[in-house]
Design a protein around this ligand. Structure first.
Ligand SMILES: C[S@@+](CC[C@H](N)C(=O)[O-])C[C@H]1O[C@@H](n2cnc3c(N)ncnc32)[C@H](O)[C@@H]1O
Length: 246
């Protein structure tokens, strides 16, 4: 059993970490995301409330296409937030989803695997990959839903951001500019690559920055997606995009 001086010291250390600007989520080591409680540490992005709304959009897309055993790819899974929430919530509705969670970071995959084990979500598999590069080619043209909250903050924006962001992995936040649009590179790569993997009628849903809305909608349409839509988040900003394929 810990003694009171130990507890006092732990509290003092935690308080100092917070005063230094470290996000509370890393200090306590876990954080709620929809109906999950996820382990989080400095190897992964802290799951955000707007990403909970992205999961709503993903669930709506699956309901729209009424698939019984959906095949889902979560690109840039981080802590596993999106893919694991989908696995759990679909499972509770009697829908057995197969989910492939992708990240380039082995550290992030380690955290995501731990979260999957913790919640007993065994239909989620994990692949280390640069976006689509290492996906099994047997998935080509078969995926019902691609969902992603990729990095979309530009280097300039990060330099001006709150100190808390500097504690999160830069690889989870920062994307290069593309076509004159700040932080658009990863979003563009994901949009351009999606048609190869989606089945006809499959959907791509993306979180993005509000300034990127015209570029995201424009690129989805230019690539050939239909029913393109960009939903406003809880703050009233268009940040949750959708396109349907084929
Ligand atoms: C904004 S975080 C999202 C994490 C999690 N999906 C969430 O919503 O909380 C982006 C994730 O994409 C991963 N990532 C960045 N570049 C990548 C790439 N080229 N290929 C695969 N994953 C990448 C990062 O490691 C990070 O985990």
């Amino acid at each position: 059993m810990g003694s009171e001086p130990d507890a006092d010291l732990a509290l003092e250390r935690a308080t100092q970490r917070r005063l230094d600007g470290e996000p509370l989520q890393y200090i306590v080591g876990h954080w709620p995301f929809r109906s999950l409680d996820l382990e989080v540490d400095a190897r992964v992005l802290i799951p955000r409330p707007e990403t909970e709304e992205l999961v709503d959009l993903a669930l709506e897309e699956l309901a729209h296409s009424d698939v019984r055993t959906p095949l889902i790819v979560d690109l840039g899974c981080g802590s596993g937030a999106i893919g694991l929430a989908l696995a759990k919530e679909l499972g509770e509705r009697g829908v057995l989803a197969r989910i492939v969670a992708v990240d380039e970071s082995e550290d992030a995959l380690d955290v995501a695997r731990r979260n999957a084990r913790r919640w007993g979500l065994s239909t989620v598999s994990f692949v280390r990959s640069q976006w689509y590069d290492e996906l099994d080619t047997s998935l080509e043209g078969r995926v019902d839903l691609i969902v992603s909250n990729p990095p979309y903050v530009s280097v300039d924006e990060l330099a001006q951001a709150q100190v808390e962001l500097s504690f999160e992995p830069a690889g989870a936040l920062v994307a290069a500019d593309r076509d004159g649009v700040a932080g658009f590179d990863d979003l563009a790569t994901i949009i351009d690559g999606a048609p190869r993997w989606l089945r006809p009628g499959g959907s791509l849903v993306l979180e993005h920055g509000s300034e990127q809305a015209p570029a995201v909608v424009g690129r989805l349409s230019a690539v050939g997606f239909h029913d393109v839509d960009d939903r406003r988040d809880v703050a009233g900003l268009a940040r949750l995009a959708r396109g349907r394929w084929g």
